[in-house]
Design a protein around this ligand. Structure first.
Ligand code: HEC
Length: 104
């Protein structure tokens, strides 16, 4: 029987499947980002909550951060550079950027 509840359940399942493979904490752990970052406090790099606040509403934030995640860089948050992460694929970099921008 088709109920509102079953339709909603099907929709949310489809939404989950549509998300990048394993966007999120697992991806950040897999790529060892958490050695230098935390969600809510500065470690070696900036807190991702601060990153999200800084770029919120900026149209090019996802490609910009995805590129920085892959290539590294410095000078935005201080003198300490972020090293390049050559093992991060473009898809993973994009998924990480999207996720980081949602951190509150
Ligand atoms: C060796 C330490 C280190 C590692 C490992 C590291 N970061 Fe960073 N990250 C930094 C530092 C330092 C900065 C600040 C760079 C700057 O000021 O431009 C930074 C900045 C960032 C920013 C903000 C970029 C900007 O231009 O505002 C994001 C997003 C980010 N890192 C994500 C990641 C992700 C995702 C990973 C894992 C793939 C990762 N970082 C791994 C040290 C690190």
């Amino acid at each position: 029987m088709i109920t509102t509840k079953s339709v909603l359940a099907a929709l949310s399942a489809a939404w989950l499947v549509a998300l990048p493979a394993q966007a999120s904490p697992e991806l950040a752990r897999k790529h060892i980002c958490m050695g230098c970052h935390a969600l809510d406090r500065k470690v070696v790099g900036p807190a991702w909550r601060d990153v999200a606040a800084r770029y919120s509403g900026q149209a090019d934030a996802v490609p910009r951060l995805a590129e920085k995640i892959q290539r590294g860089g410095k000078g935005v948050w201080g003198a300490v550079p972020m090293p390049a992460n050559p093992k991060v694929t473009p898809e993973d970099a994009r998924a990480l950027a999207i996720w980081i921008l949602m951190v509150k």
